[in-house]
Design a protein around this ligand. Structure first.
Ligand code: FMN
Length: 319
């Protein structure tokens, strides 16, 4: 049963829960999102979608955009540096009936931010205004944004960007508390997230360095944010969304969820590809087991579900 009181709302869309799986390219694919959602993640964000791929109808694109009704509220995240092309792409994407469109203003990778998309947009506030104005005026679904604190230490313009998003119709803002220059180095600045929360009236979703259930409450208390987004801390750890600390898990529960996850990936991608793609998740699930080189080599050699699950059972029993 759903909690009758929403934790927050995106426009008129109620969100029941305050922990959300981060959009993560190569990680938050349909089977992984559904698992997280079933474990308690309050909504589902796609991996970032390149607007150019949408307008060019890239053949692999639609795989990332499949979703189950159970995932709703379902958010499609898009990146681009060209407001008009972004709008054209999003007009196609809304035909899939997402609940929300999210604008990526946080990706730090060179080929995205270097062309002025992702975190590159933080350097062109006028474009951010144009994008949010265009999208929020013309779409019937709410538009949200995900930002970093700025391009680098000398150009932290997060308050300016947050206000621009709000003034131009953005309905929520997720904030990763690092600059583009930091990449994933150093620690996330939760004070900056608190500052943003005090300066805007749209919901703020805090993000950065939430690694365990206790961190969720810590970030909420520190920043006053409406919800917390969990990225790396949720890899191999969907229990974070259920409010269960992973160190307290019996090995049987670890095995049960790994099995659910790999089976879901095998049915989504086909057995061989699904099992191969599951390897990065397996490494995270087993992070506390200090596998040696031989064990890792074996773990990463399987291409079918049954022998992999048998091996996982052996590892977990021994560990
Ligand atoms: C492998 C990986 C892929 C990511 N892909 C995306 C993405 O597609 N869109 C996005 O907004 N952020 C992306 N991020 C950033 C995360 O959503 C999040 O902002 C960042 O990891 C900080 O949160 P964390 O400390 O909880 O991991 C990615 C991060 C990782 C590690």
């Amino acid at each position: 049963m759903k909690d009758p009181t929403p934790a927050f709302s995106i426009g008129t869309l109620p969100v029941f829960g305050d922990r959300i799986l981060s959009p993560m390219d190569g990680i938050s694919d349909p089977p992984t999102r559904l698992l997280a959602r079933r474990m308690g993640s309050a909504m589902s964000y796609t991996e970032f979608i390149n607007a150019i791929d949408v307008v060019q109808n890239h053949p692999h694109l639609w795989e990332h955009l499949q979703f189950s009704e159970e995932e709703r509220p379902f958010v499609i995240q898009v990146f681009d540096d060209d407001p008009q092309r972004m709008y054209t792409a999003i007009q196609q994407l809304v035909e899939l009936r997402p609940d929300v469109i999210d604008v990526n203003m946080g990706c730090s990778s060179k080929n995205v931010s270097g062309r002025g998309a992702g975190a590159g947009l933080l350097q062109t506030p006028e474009k951010v205004a144009q994008i949010f104005h265009l999208l929020s005026r013309n779409l019937s679904v709410p538009v949200t944004g995900k930002i970093r604190l700025g391009w680098d230490e000398d150009s932290k313009n997060y308050l300016q960007i947050a206000r621009i998003v709000e003034d131009n119709g953005g309905q929520a803002l997720a904030v990763h508390g690092r600059t583009r220059q930091q990449g994933y180095q150093g620690s996330a600045d939760w004070d900056a997230i608190a500052e943003i929360k005090q300066h805007v009236s749209i919901p703020v979703i805090g993000n950065g360095d939430v690694r365990c259930v206790a961190d969720v409450a810590r970030m909420k208390a520190h920043t006053g944010c409406d919800a917390v987004m969990v990225g790396r801390g949720a890899m191999g750890n969907p229990w974070i969304f259920a409010g269960v600390e992973r160190h307290s898990l019996p090995p049987g529960e670890l095995l049960r969820v790994m099995q659910l996850h790999v089976n879901a990936m095998a049915s989504f991608y086909g057995q061989e590809r699904g099992v191969t793609l599951f390897r990065k998740h397996a490494a995270r699930y087993l992070a506390d087991y200090n596998l040696n080189g031989e064990q890792r080599g074996l773990l990463f050699s399987f291409t079918a579900v049954s022998p992999l699950v048998e091996y996982l059972a052996t590892l977990l029993q021994a560990g």
